[in-house]
Design a protein around this ligand. Sequence first.
Ligand code: AHR
Length: 494
Amino acid sequence: MKRFKFVYSKNEVVGKTAETLHSAFIEHMGRAIYGGIYEPTHPLSDEDGFRKDVLEKVKKLNLSLIRYPGGNFVSGYFWEDGIGPREKRPQKREEAWWSIETNEIGTDEFMKWTKKLNIQPFMAVNLGAGTTESARNLVEYCNAADDSKYAKLRRKYGAKEPYGIKYWGLGNEMDGPWQIGYLSAEKYVEKAKEAAIKMRSVDPTIKLIGCGSSTIDMPTYPEWDMKVLDGLYDYIDYISVHQYFFESTTEADFFASHLAMDDYLATFRSLLNYVQTKHRYKKELYVCFDEYNIWYNNKELPKDYTIAPPILEEQQSMKDLLVFGGLTNSLLNNCDIVKISCIAQLVNVIAPILTKNNGPLLLNSIWYPYFNYCNYLNGDVLKPFVIKDYKFPSKYGEASLLSQSVTVNKEELVIQIVNYAKEDVTVEMGLNGFDNLVLFKHEEIRDDDLNAHNSFAEPYRIVPHEKKNAVKLDGEKIQLKLAKLSYNLIRFKR
Ligand code: AHR
């Protein structure tokens, strides 16, 4: 049996997780908004048309930020269409996802939804087809307290107090030829700088996120990122990073996704250092990983312009859950630079929550590691000292058969660990400086069939089970027995 050995020490930390780390993304795409969070005819909907069953699940995640309204959608979206009396709002062709946008939900309705959840909005502005002036005006609409034109308009439409939106994305994936109005890095820097200046002239306290690469596979990566950082470092607070991992790759490559994410972030760490040193900047810039997930790239998207067509409504499998756990470990293990991370997306579109129109909701397999990530994995992230590891080959290089993260806060020390080996393994861990731990719970998720998933017919096929007798605690040492191809969350009280 393979015996892995790692040592963690109280004072050897990667960093502290930022409050904003545990965040999400939702877009006007498919049935994420219409039929997802909003369905006024649903028997469970509240007075504003929001589904209470969805609200209840999202509340459980204790999310910090929610990024909105896109995604590719934002690059063709004019926020002015989504305010004011609903009967006057235009119904339009939405050209990023070939749908019809009714504009029934706009900025004010979205803000209502975030208020019910006590989540901070993270608003993206349109730097594709949109102008920098329109981006500026949206900041005035949302954040101005005076009698300026857009602040007055907001009041007229019902919101007396400014929303005070702090986080603003300067466009979306502007490096991608699929993006409406996509730009070269040089042109993007020019447009984003202009937008930043105008937006900050309305509200100097806002935090701005510049567009980084859309994927590791972009031919312009990492040159794009270097140019964006070089030109925008002084104007932004974060650079955004996106990456989806495709379940259609080989199993080994899919299981090595955590390594790919680590490597991607290592490049960003170098770029941030390089540009900061080059310009002698004092200010620190961080990564906002505002789209990450598993993606099934095997389906044609509907292109016949209908309202809220189902798009990418995946029912992720046990295998996807194992990969997803690895991705959240990577985010945690890079928390010194990753300060915001948004699962893409939250409801119906490649999401942990799936709804049926006029019907129930379903929690997909990835809900469980995502729930743990959001609720339990916070505080100091410890750095491992590796004594014995086992690896497997992948297109990204030699990847470890285990992906793990260890977090410590006042109440708990928590280990999230995924075993990609096709055999049971033993893990010995030294936890120096933690001699008073008490095992609270070991939860395991596994299934003999890696393709098994939750479905409306069988909603609880993939769920955590409490595991007994697999953790041996002996002072500052623990020994774990991990089942083959399993996800584990082990919580100790301090
Ligand atoms: O999340 C789905 C899409 O993926 C987003 O709209 C886009 O930003 C990315 O390519």
